[in-house]
Design a protein around this ligand. Structure first.
Ligand SMILES: Nc1ncnc2c1ncn2[C@@H]1O[C@H](COP(=O)(O)OP(=O)(O)OP(=O)(O)O)[C@@H](O)[C@H]1O
Ligand SMILES: [Mg+2]
Length: 367
């Protein structure tokens, strides 16, 4: 059963149309991540689900009940905010217990739940401290503890890790994911960080200007983006986009880069393009789909191309190397020792089987 079902949802702030017709279903037990650029409506959508904002149109069902008219406390949700929103003069114990006390839970039950949550989050030794005596990561755990003792149907997180430094953020990502596996609860997590979305989600819901651009499993979106926007949003360094021409020659379908190479498409790809008119196309190449041609056996569909390297950015195991395809600067993700210096000539293999072709007029990926 779906724990959350949203249909035809709209939300306005005066003249700002923040949520523009969202339909969304989150099955029980799923970890869904709402991701998108700043201002795309992630927090608004989450706050509308929580009941902190009223919907202007559409319905929100939680656990099979329409909750549009219900205040937040009746919606069977628990929320973790970006700024933690802890009570500064209460101990960690009292902060975690607060929601349970407000619901008149028996003291013995509160005590057991607070201690259990503290154990799970490794903060059992901090229960008597005040928030100002804690580190950022510890505060974050307390805020999560306060949510998980609630035994709600839906857990909502709004950018809970954005105040933490990079290392702690990585650690907490793992912990929240582990917590989800242990509790098996339905969680909706908001972030603008595409890596966080890829690493944590069962389902990514990619928002753009108040609408869902695409949703699905992380690798589904990564490998089969529906639009140029999705293709460019997921992946770091991002997909390379090259303005080119689609042409059909005797040898088969090919992508011609103006002032650059002619890149033949594998036969199976070419077949799917049958009936399509030749003309402008945007070629999308992920950096990791360009390799040294002599590094290993060539993948079927790989096209050889000799390039002059313009820039090398080593990162350790991998190096990002920039070269030209026609006028476009293209980044390839190579093994560290595949390139050494700018000006070097290397033979590259471009995997045209995994290349993405985009219609420049509609910005839709050509299937
Ligand atoms: N209280 C408000 N009054 C007026 N406009 C608002 C209000 N809250 C949000 N907005 C506008 O609604 C749109 C969506 O905002 P929202 O906070 O949902 O974005 P977001 O995706 O969470 O962004 P961020 O990643 O920066 O947190 C934005 O254009 C924002 O300016
Ligand atoms: Mg926000």
């Amino acid at each position: 059963m779906a724990d959350l079902r949203i249909s035809g949802l709209h939300k306005y702030y005066g003249s700002v149309h923040a949520v523009r017709g969202v339909d969304l279903e989150i099955p029980a037990g799923e970890f869904a991540v709402l991701v998108g650029q700043s201002g795309c409506g992630k927090s608004t959508l989450l706050r509308t689900i929580a009941g902190l904002e009223d919907a202007d149109a559409g319905t929100i069902e939680i656990g099979g009940h329409v909750v549009n008219d219900q205040p937040p406390r009746n919606r069977d949700i628990a929320m973790v905010f970006q700024n933690y929103a802890l009570y500064p003069y209460m101990t960690v114990y009292d902060n975690i217990a607060f929601g349970l006390r407000a619901r008149k839970t028996p003291a013995a039950e509160i005590d057991a739940k607070v201690k259990e949550a503290a154990r799970t989050l490794a903060i059992a030794h901090l229960l008597e401290r005040l928030p100002r005596q804690l580190s950022g990561g510890q505060l974050q755990r307390v805020a999560i503890g306060r949510a998980i003792v609630r035994n709600a149907r839906l857990y909502l997180f709004d950018e809970p890790l954005s105040n933490l430094d990079a290392q702690l953020r990585d650690e907490m990502r793992g912990e929240i994911k582990r917590l989800h596996q242990e509790l098996g609860k339905t969680m909706i997590y908001v972030t603008h960080d595409q890596i966080e979305a890829m690493t944590m989600a069962d389902r990514i819901v990619l928002l753009r200007d108040g609408r869902i651009e695409q949703q699905g499993a992380p690798l589904e979106l990564y490998e089969r983006p529906a639009t140029r926007y999705v293709a460019g949003f997921l992946g770091s360094p991002p997909m390379n986009f090259i303005d080119a021409e689609l042409a059909f020659a005797d040898s088969g379908a090919q992508v011609r880069v103006p002032g650059g190479p002619v890149l033949g498409l594998p036969a199976a790809r070419a077949q799917r393009l049958a009936g399509r008119r030749p003309g402008p196309v945007v070629l999308g190449l992920r950096p990791e789909h360009i390799a040294r041609a002599d590094a290993s056996a060539l993948r079927p569909g790989a096209v050889r191309h000799v390039a002059t390297i313009e820039l090398v950015l080593p990162t350790g195991a991998r190096s990002y190397a920039t070269f030209r395809l026609g006028a476009a600067a293209v980044v390839a993700e190579l093994h560290a020792h595949d390139v050494s210096h700018p000006g070097e000539q290397v033979e590259l293999a471009i995997d045209m089987d995994r290349a993405v072709l985009i219609d420049p007029d509609t910005e839709q990926v050509i299937p």
